[in-house]
Design a protein around this ligand. Structure first.
Ligand SMILES: Nc1ncnc2c1ncn2[C@@H]1O[C@H](COP(=O)(O)OP(=O)(O)OP(=O)(O)O)[C@@H](O)[C@H]1O
Length: 272
């Protein structure tokens, strides 16, 4: 579904943001995209949406070049950017007018999700807080049923109950022919919903693996004493350590995304 080859991008001649980036992804996944500040996550999503043009390399999404921005491509993509503007019209009017661009739009679902987020559809968008607008755009994004949905920091601005609702609705409203990519620093908001992990660093994808494979390769444990010989990475916590070690436990352990991200940034070559 997504095939990216040798992608290079820079805003100016001085600094290359993405360089020789390769990525192949199939549909049927919710992918977490992690990276340090400035790693290029938002830039990457803008390139995939066709809002920026690659300097080199190719991006193929469902057989289309995003930067051409043909209507056939735009109707299959929905991008929830970190910063966005919504028109000063009632939510219901926004839905009626904008949903026309998405042939698979699910009208029943959008109202169901708005209700879950405690939003009335007759309210004007101009009177909403940033967090409330974010909920409208998340509900709309999921209801488009677009084949590719990109969400940049979707939980920024959401209060604690709304983050919980976000996790529940993400898990429950997703089709097998869709690919959802979520970039975030709030790993706790996505650790139970993603089934695939991508990490961007130094201009490229340094890690690209399913969460299932991660659980088959590593144990994520809390220990009192460090066994240096079989520990790949450890961080001190109260009364001991959180560790990553090659899998030995019979039961799969729950992936600690934050720990794993820190381990990759520390030395990703240990994990490939
Ligand atoms: N419009 C722009 N013009 C020039 N440089 C930019 C522009 N937008 C982003 N950059 C630079 O590109 C780099 C990557 O930015 P980007 O926003 O893609 O990173 P990010 O991984 O999303 O960061 P964060 O996690 O902080 O949101 C940064 O060094 C940033 O300063």
């Amino acid at each position: 579904m997504v095939s990216i080859n040798n992608l290079q991008f820079s805003y100016s001649k001085k600094a290359t943001i993405l360089d020789q980036l390769h990525l192949e992804l199939d549909a049927g996944k919710i992918v977490g995209v992690l990276g340090k500040n400035g790693a290029g996550k938002s830039t990457f999503f803008k390139l995939m949406s066709g809002l920026l043009q690659p300097k080199k390399g190719t991006i193929d999404i469902l057989g289309e070049n995003p930067f051409s921005r043909y209507p056939s491509f735009l109707s299959k993509l929905f991008f929830v950017p970190e910063e966005f503007e919504l028109p000063p019209i009632p939510i219901r009017t926004f839905i009626t007018s904008t949903s026309k661009f998405y042939p698979r739009f699910d009208h029943r679902l959008v109202y169901e999700l708005l209700e879950k987020f405690d939003l009335e559809d007759n309210v004007n968008l101009k009177g909403l807080s940033y967090g409330q607008k974010k909920k409208v755009i998340i509900a709309f994004a999921l209801a488009t049923k677009a084949e590719l949905i990109l969400m940049d920091e979707p939980t920024n601005g959401l209060d604690i109950p709304s983050k919980d609702i976000f996790r529940k609705i993400m898990a429950g409203h997703f089709e097998e022919d869709q690919l959802i990519m979520i970039s975030t620093h709030q790993v706790k908001d996505i650790d139970t919903i993603i089934d695939h992990l991508i990490v961007l660093d130094n201009g490229g994808v340094i890690y690209n693996e399913s969460i299932f494979d991660l659980t088959q390769k590593y144990d994520f444990l809390k220990v009192q004493q460090l066994k240096v010989s079989d520990t790949l990475y450890a961080e001190p916590i109260l009364g001991g350590y959180k560790t990553i070690a090659p899998k030995q436990e019979q039961e799969d352990t729950q992936v600690d995304l934050e720990l794993f991200f820190n381990a990759l940034i520390n030395d990703y070559k240990k994990f490939i």
